[in-house]
Design a protein. Sequence first.
Length: 282
Amino acid sequence: MPIDLDLALSSTYGPTPDSWDADRVLLYHLGLGAGASLEEAELAYVNERNLKVLPTFSVIPAFEAALPAIRGPGLDYNVARMLHGEQELQVFAPLPPVAEIVTTPTVESVWDKGKAAVIVVRADTNLADGTPLCSNRFKLFARGEGGFGGDPGPKAEVPVPEGEPTRIFEIPTLPQQAAIYRLSGDRNPLHIDPGFARRGGFDRPILHGLCSWGMVCKGVVDELLAGDVTAVAGWSARFAGSVYPGETLVVRAWHRQKDILVEAGVKESGAVALSNAVLTLT
């Protein structure tokens, strides 16, 4: 059946309670490659005694809570033809190392791109006492599901600035990076099963897009913000291409007054991995 816009936008979903402790945060950080050095700022990602939490960790409980809305009423589409197009994070307060939370998903928009539908699911995460922590927006590209007569939505493009980047740096990924990251919750066989990956058109399992998204955010925090995770008010990026575990990300960053524009490519192939990427500063 085609997208039913009215039903998709009018359906509501209850809050999903969840919690995390230091171990869950540590596993996520290890999935991003944290702990590769003994420098104090780096150890703070992997030492529960003085743990700082990357704001991108919030996507882990948000993804689980958003699943009912991603396949909710009015959104009858072929999951095999769905791509995760973009991810956007807004941060309202620093994430604590231990927390009881509640996340509420909403189908915020469904855009008609002609040959595809773009489904925007927002997941709002609060502490159990109601204090807002963050909002994650999952922008999902459902191929073959356009043409239902909806609004085409915005054409938001972030132009790459002229001039040399403020910083260019590399982020190596581990051959086992996807195997570690999937333990935080995304068990899609595309990231671990060679046969499944080949059927999807890939030479071998690819790295999770949200893993690359988190790694690049961490790299920008470390390289340009002296490891201060509380300096991040927002982080968004478009998934422009695939990364194979073991490849190296090359990040170019332009530090402006209120934000940092970012582009990440793959050193081995020259392909763009993340585009339209912006880290907003507090």
